[in-house]
Structure formats: C-alpha cells, structure tokens
Design a protein around this ligand. Structure first.
Ligand code: PEP
Length: 252
C-alpha cells in the first residue's frame, strides 16, 4: 500500500566531484529498482549538478533544509522556489541537527513545511526525542508536539506530499539504533497521532520512515515492522555499497 522510501542525507559532506562519483555508482547499481522510492540529499551547492545527472533516473533529489520565504532580504538562505528550480522534488525539514544546533522551533519548522507544500515539494518532516526526554518519559509528548505543530495548517490533500521521519536524537550518528520494537512503537504512535489530527485514511497513507544509525545489518529487521515505511540514512548513505544494500532491503 505505502511504497517504501529510502533517503540518504549526506549532511555537510562531499564536493561536487565526490557527489557525482557517488551518484554515478548509485544510478547504475540501482537502475532496476522500481518498488522503492530512492532519494539523495546532497549539500545545496551540489543539488543542481546531481539533479541534472539523475534526470530521468529512478533516484530523486532532496534538499536538506530550506527557508520559508521565496525571495527577499534573507542573506544566506535558500527557498522552496530555488530548490525546485534546481531540480529537487523533496526537502528534509526539522532535522534534529537543525533543531539543536540552529535552535529551530516547531513554529519555524511549520512555516517551512507549509512553504514547501505550497510549491508541491515532498516534505520529509523529522521528529524525535533526545535521550533525556526518553528517560524522563517525555518521549510521546515531544513527538506528538513536533508532529502536531509541524503539520499545523496542512490540508488533508497536502498530506500526500508529507513524509514523517522518526529519528530518535540519541540514535543519530551514534551507532545506537532504536530496536525494531522501540522504533515500531513510536511509528505506531505517530500513525495514531495522524489519525487524531486528520483521519484513518490519511494516517494509513502517510509514509513514516525511521532514521538513526541505519546500516546494512539492521535494515531488514527495521523494514519488517508494519509501521516502518522506509529509512532516512545519514552516515551509511555516503558509502555506495552500504546504501545500495539498504535500498535492496530483504523482507524477512
Ligand atoms: C540522519 O542524519 O538523518 C541520520 C539518521 O544519520 P545516521 O544514519 O548517521 O545516524
């Protein structure tokens, strides 16, 4: 029902030459895949050449972030219009690194979500609790707040362009993956939150993907969970063999 989505978040890595080398390998190694949506998210400066190189292929391109205004006096920022112009179909927003390092609030993230959806860009909204929040039993409150605020004012019809990424902060780049049970519990909770906010149909159609130290050796058990519809992959997406194995996950 929900087509799996595997997205590679390259973060602040790779020059243009390195980006093209990586997508050259991915394009040939993954050309036969048609049952998974494959996405790569390079740095802004590589977006255009990567998108041009992947034109007509089965790999789509995503920005890692955007600013919620389309133009104006916003030095250093990049807008949904510009992202679309360079060939992106997706953008990530609300990544925990942006929430933590750049102090992005739920309200600001919500503005980004709405500005991306207004341009029909597929929006990957990241949510997730810190270790302290999990240990204080605040996890579900935090996630409910991030989902509800993040999707404030989003219409039911725009939800077709929304993907929610559950990324427990304690599992990002740490080598600690949430167990399949921990991840599934939160994914099921997010789906219930979407039912409460919208309805069962939208909740059942929205893809909820997992991120946090996803690797070739844990992808299969994660993808075996009923509410996990794909993954957002950081470190392992920089290695073509690892990323290809993740895209080629096996049903257990
Ligand atoms: C991420 O950056 O979204 C991520 C999940 O990183 P990693 O896979 O390296 O934990």
């Amino acid at each position: 029902m929900r087509k799996p989505l595997i997205a590679g978040n390259w973060k602040l890595n790779m020059t243009i030459a390195q980006s093209l080398e990586l997508v050259n390998t991915l394009k040939s190694q993954l050309s036969e895949i048609n049952n998974v949506d494959i996405v790569v998210a390079p740095v802004f400066t590589s977006l255009n050449c990567v998108a041009e190189f992947l034109k007509g292929s089965n790999i789509a391109v995503s920005a890692q972030n955007c600013y919620p205004e389309n133009k104006g006096a916003f030095t250093g920022e990049v807008s949904p219009d510009i992202i679309k112009d360079v060939g992106c179909r997706y953008s990530i927003v609300g990544h925990s690194e942006r929430r933590q390092l750049f102090r992005e609030s739920d309200i600001f993230i919500n503005k980004k979500v709405r500005s991306l959806l207004a341009k029909e860009l597929i929006t990957i909204l990241c949510v997730g609790e810190t270790l302290a929040e999990r240990e204080m039993n605040e996890m579900y409150n935090v996630i409910e707040r991030q989902v509800t605020f993040g999707l404030h004012g989003v219409s039911p019809s725009d939800m077709r362009n929304v993907v929610v990424a559950y990324e427990p902060v304690w599992a990002i780049g740490t080598g600690k993956t949430a167990s399949k049970k921990q991840a599934e519990e939160v994914h099921a909770f997010i789906r219930r939150t979407l039912t409460d906010k919208f309805n069962d149909e939208i909740a059942n159609e929205t893809r909820i993907i997992y991120g946090g130290s996803v690797k070739p050796d844990n992808i299969d058990e994660l993808m075996d969970q009923p509410n996990i519809d794909g993954t957002l992959v950081g470190g392992a997406s920089l290695n073509s063999a690892d990323f290809c194995r993740i895209v080629n996950f096996q049903r257990i």
